[in-house]
Design a protein around this ligand. Structure first.
Ligand SMILES: *Cc1c(COP(=O)(O)O)cnc(C)c1O
Length: 381
């Protein structure tokens, strides 16, 4: 079976993790802050806050941006549920904006239209979560411009996109957003097993995210309400969680980060190989915006021939190809349907979903594997 994604672990990664096991600190040691500095430096952000998942990173980002009851968070329906759930965690309402038919990312045109409508009824979003689907950057300049016009904050969910670029700058540099979130789940671009990070250029947002990840507890003089000289003294100044990353995870992350550019380059090579082998078939290959450099977490195709997606999917699986589907539109999940969302509300995301198959793509894949997958796809169509 060729899986749709998998981690790449080398000896140096294993050594980095086992070194931690022999050291004094399994958690709250020096490697988490080192990993934070390295990721922030790599992507061109000032601050990094490492956590136990991207889901936690989205949550603390929303908390730090003051999202709460009475507020509204907007995101794309073509994403993993976590991009929307973070709004619900904060007591906010969640709504969706349909996708662009070519990039499958949130459509800046649809966003503008929805903002005009929302402005007329005084229901503007507080936060918009822009998801770089499959690694392809969203139209950040347009979304950034709209945030200035309508006064919302932007979180980039870059779970698919670390190592990708927008207009020559790494995703995460924060030129058009307040916070960017990365996932280090094993199928993503680099891994810490479970893990995530939020990066920002705003010091006070970073401080609030650090509080939220660790119980709302601080030992920092500037954050405590009462000064104390007692060496054991700490204060809980807010309600937080235990979302901390361990030293084992951070060690793996630091080691993996050394190969980030290599991984993304390899994903591009394999994607281009797919592009050329799939030419002439009744499938739509991923569109690339000229000002973006995708992280290529996924290689999604749309099946548009006589065979329907289900038949092609089953046939590929039967041939040992571990294809997958990204994503069931979030608003069609029972949890969101119970809130009142309906099929038909976001037609581009729904029609994309009906045709979508993600082909295997991971750095350890060989050109031969790409050939095997495309052969199997040809037979299945
Ligand atoms: C994987 C993923 C997440 C959640 O990441 P975890 O690290 O597993 O919590 C959030 N958003 C998107 C778009 C993802 O793909």
């Amino acid at each position: 079976m060729i899986p749709y994604g998998r981690q790449d672990i080398v000896e140096a990664d294993i050594e980095a993790v086992t070194n931690v096991l022999r050291s004094d600190y399994l958690t709250q040691g020096p490697l988490v802050p080192l990993f934070e500095r390295k990721v922030a430096e790599k992507v061109g952000a000032l601050h990094g806050v490492a956590v136990n998942s991207a889901t936690s990173a989205l949550h603390i980002a929303c908390m730090a941006l003051d999202l709460g009851e009475g507020d509204v968070l907007w995101t794309t329906p073509n994403t993993f549920v976590a991009s929307a759930n973070c709004g619900i965690y904060c007591g906010a309402e969640v709504d969706f904006v349909d996708i662009d038919a070519r990039t499958y990312n949130i459509s800046a045109t649809a966003l503008r239209n929805r903002l005009e409508e929302a402005s007329a009824v005084n229901k503007l979003p507080t936060v918009v979560v822009a998801v770089h689907f499959a690694g392809q950057p969203c139209d950040m300049e347009a979304i950034g411009q709209l945030s200035l016009e309508y006064g919302f904050k932007i979180i980039e969910d870059a779970s698919h996109a670390i190592g990708g670029k927008y207009r020559g700058e790494y995703i995460g540099c924060g030129r058009y957003s307040d916070v960017t979130v990365f996932s280090f789940h094993p199928v993503k671009i680099i891994t810490t097993a479970e893990g995530g990070m939020a990066v920002t250029n705003d010091r006070s947002i970073a401080e609030r995210m650090k509080l939220a990840r660790s119980h709302g507890v601080t030992r920092s003089d500037t954050l405590m309400e009462n000064a104390s000289s007692e060496p054991w003294y700490y204060e809980q100044v807010d309600l937080g969680f235990n979302y901390r990353m361990t030293e084992l995870q951070a060690a793996l992350g630091v080691s993996q980060l050394n190969r980030l550019d290599e991984y993304v380059q390899r994903r591009h090579v394999l994607a281009e190989h797919y592009d050329s082998l799939l030419e002439g078939l009744t499938v739509v290959t991923p569109y690339r915006e000229s000002d973006g450099y995708s992280g290529f977490h996924l290689y999604p195709v749309r099946i548009q021939g006589a065979k329907d997606r289900r038949a092609v999917f089953d046939s590929l699986r039967a041939r040992g190809i571990g294809v997958n589907v990204h994503y069931i539109p979030v608003h069609t999940q029972p949890y969101y349907q119970h809130m009142g969302f309906k099929w038909g509300q976001f037609p581009e995301a729904e029609s994309y979903y009906e045709e979508a198959i993600s082909l295997p793509l991971y750095p350890g894949m060989e050109e031969e594997d790409v050939l095997l997958v495309t052969k199997a796809l040809k037979e299945s169509l």
